[in-house]
Design a protein around this ligand. Sequence first.
Ligand code: GLA
Length: 381
Amino acid sequence: MNTDLIQNIKGKFQNNFKDIPLMVFSPGRINLIGEHTDYNNGFVFPAAIDKGIVVAINKSTETGSKIIASDLDEVLDLSLEHPKAIENGRWKNYVIGVVAEIQKKGKNINNFNMVFGGDIPRGAGLSSSAALENGIVFGLNELFNLGLTKKEMIFISQKAEHDYVGVKCGIMDQYASMFGQKDAALLLDCENLNAKAITINLKDYEILLINSNVKHSLAESAYNERRLVCEKVAAILNLKSLRAATEKDLLSLKGQITDSEYQKAIYVLQENQRVLDSFDALKENNIEQFGKLLYRSHSGMQQQYKISCDELDFLVDIAKNSDTVIGARMMGGGFGGCTINIMHKASISKFVTNIKKAYKANFGVECSIYNVTISEGTHLI
Ligand code: GLA
């Protein structure tokens, strides 16, 4: 955890509110494999990381609540009576959404002051939004003794994102951020939220993220469109979700759905299987097999689900053509953000120099490299 960040947020709270706050750390996440499977009630394989959002929070005796976004130097003055989303409100809508959803559950909160900030690069696909939502709900739950369980809290976070931000996300990010375990990835069944933790020990390999530093603007609308396609196909099959579909079911729909819809649905089924196969491969320490599954996952997202972009494909292609990277793929919602790479420890620095140079030459943008440590979920500091 970033102790400078914690001191900084705490200091800002004390300067602004002359009071000692409750401190919460809420992490971002990586996902080893399983993209766009969560809202299909499928499997995902995420882990919480050591980068995240720090929330400083305490009760207020004023007539309203005040929230300061430290990194942006912006303030939200919030009335707790009928909180409503603000047009183009960005981060403010996460706060408003969480507060409103807590109230909808019949829980009472009073005015509060809050300062938050973080070290998750924005737009990198590392779930800074889920980290923020979870940090707020966790802080308010402690502060006002709301008695919410962690499961209730993640559904509040998700609902805030659906209805106040407009992204119809699945549950993976909120789950991973809240329930993360040190050194372990979680094989999560999104149908019932059963999870199996597995210690990640990649031996001669390590996980490296490469941020493309691009985020194409269609990302959010394209995300919601993908979800609609999946729901449409499941509905035609009379199923609750694509989780229950088989490849045979999908074949029977030829003529009723477009080829592009067929490809998307088949991607979901295959990606679900890749998640389960990855879990088995890691259990058997078969890193090579795990790497192959990552590359296949990327092709699926590139060619079938169509959520990649030139920058991500470029990074994965270079990885594939090197001896250093045993597996790589784009990570998260798509259209930008990071690739996740499983790299041989011995030759990382040479690879990094080469890929940075090639990326800059091709796109005129720098890519960034992050080492991540798998860490504990949302908690009090
Ligand atoms: C975003 C969403 C998640 C998940 C991923 C794609 O991060 O918030 O729910 O759907 O995209 O796997």
